[in-house]
Design a protein around this ligand. Structure first.
Ligand code: SAH
Ligand code: SF4
Length: 395
């Protein structure tokens, strides 16, 4: 890890895509933004609230993409909407389905950039892992996304769009007149795909507000977990402005090791991070913080590490999620052995903390945690590697 690893937020969010004709995409606008846009498009002030509610339901409850299908709106109003707005999702470039049922979507967003979205079905729930950035400015040494050079923030529309396109693929929009289906295919959302969500706070917040809204997709705040590498100044806002659950990529029990694994630690070290977590608004036993801990052979997986971790957690309602390292081509680490992982888990558990070992999912399609990287970046990298092998590399 180079000491110059970027740990600042210096990426842009491209403006919301303005499709041909300057139409505004409705997807990802907050209620206030959409109301203002409706008025600007000629909706009388007095009707704006009602129209907003109707359109919101069509888009986010029923999953409708065509204004013509919004049958409770007058025909000429539907035409006015079509004249000013679109309802657009990022484009699914490819879909892979793992032997274990995990689905990975490669999604293209404005500018031709790509992000990955992963759906993980389980017996009693289904989790959608969404991305907040193309790539990541942080360079955690065990993470494939962190090796991607290109970075840009996703817009709120591109974040909400990931949820909507997965619902499309799973055929999860309600059917009018059909009985309500109580079990949801996408019951949980984790912001654990590509990117550092707290470096794209406003867009992530606005997107999650849309996803949580009761008149639409209506996923409760406790069904959403945001994972951060430890952007300390933004941590409290996660509780106050989004209200979702928090996971922290902890991964080490000494600053020396964490500096290597999660370089943002050089900016906000373990003690500073733990102070922010102790102060997390609304922290309680029913809303514990998840400490993610990737198990790297010979790096952070000793019994001493486990005991130190227990000491560090004291006083924080927490659970520890142990993630067997997911290897990727060229990765500088190996996964800890099963015995090591279990011994580590036992120590944490004996100290009174839940310590589940995450089952790697979708490994055959490179969909597991930390393996996400856009296909174009992978292709670029491999052509570089080929050039290097042929002695053509310029460094
Ligand atoms: N940037 C955020 C969220 C995305 S990463 C963060 O770092 O928290 C989601 C989780 O996967 C993080 O805990 C991350 O540290 C972990 N991870 C990254 N690469 C991994 C790998 N190769 N194997 C296992 N977990 C990994
Ligand atoms: Fe970025 Fe998270 Fe990967 Fe670190 S682990 S490089 S913060 S995506």
């Amino acid at each position: 890890m180079t000491p110059t690893a970027p740990i600042t937020q210096d990426v842009l969010t491209l403006p919301r895509k303005l499709p041909e004709g300057g139409l505004t995409n409705i997807v990802g606008l907050t209620r206030d933004q959409l109301r203002d846009a409706l008025i600007a498009a000629g909706t009388p002030d007095k009707q704006a609230k009602m129209r907003l509610g109707q359109i919101w339901q069509w888009v986010y409850h029923w999953g409708v993409r065509d204004f013509a299908a919004m049958t409770n709106l007058a025909k000429d109003y539907r035409a006015l909407l079509a004249h000013h707005f679109t309802i657009e999702l990022p484009e699914v470039v490819s879909k892979q389905v793992s032997t274990d049922g995990t689905r990975k979507y490669l999604v293209r967003i404005a500018g031709g950039h790509e992000v990955e979205v992963v759906y993980i079905p389980e017996t009693d729930r289904g989790t959608l892992c969404i991305s907040s950035q193309v790539g990541c400015t942080l360079t955690c040494s065990f993470c494939h996304t962190g090796t991607q050079k290109l970075v840009r923030n996703l817009t709120a529309g591109e974040i909400v769009g990931q949820v909507m396109l997965a619902r499309d693929d799973l055929d999860e929009w309600p059917v009018q007149g059909a009985p309500k289906i109580e079990t949801r295919l996408i019951s949980n959302i984790v912001l654990m795909g590509m990117g550092e969500p707290l470096y794209n706070f406003d867009n992530v917040r606005d997107a999650m507000k849309v996803v949580m809204d009761n008149e639409g997709i209506a996923l409760g705040r406790r069904r959403i977990t945001l994972s951060t590498s430890g952007v300390v100044p933004e941590i409290a806002r996660t509780a106050t402005e989004i209200g979702c659950l928090l996971a922290v990529s902890f991964h080490a029990t000494t600053d020396a090791v964490r500096d290597q694994l999660v370089p943002i630690n050089k900016r906000w070290n373990i003690a500073t991070l733990l102070d922010a977590l102790r102060d997390y608004p609304g922290l309680s036993n029913s809303e514990r913080i998840t400490f993610e801990y990737v198990m790297l052979d010979g790096v952070n997986d000793t019994k001493e590490d486990a005991h130190r971790l227990v000491e560090l957690l004291r006083g924080i309602p927490a659970k520890v999620n142990l993630i067997p390292f997911n290897e990727w081509p060229g990765a500088p680490y190996k996964r800890s052995s099963g015995n090591r992982i279990h011994a580590f888990a036992d120590i944490i558990y004996q100290a009174g903390y839940a310590s589940p070992i995450r089952t790697p999912r979708g490994e055959d399609i490179m969909a597991a945690c930390g393996q996400l990287k856009s296909a174009t970046e992978r292709a670029r990298k491999s052509s570089r590697a080929i050039a290097a092998e042929a002695g053509l590399a310029h460094g």
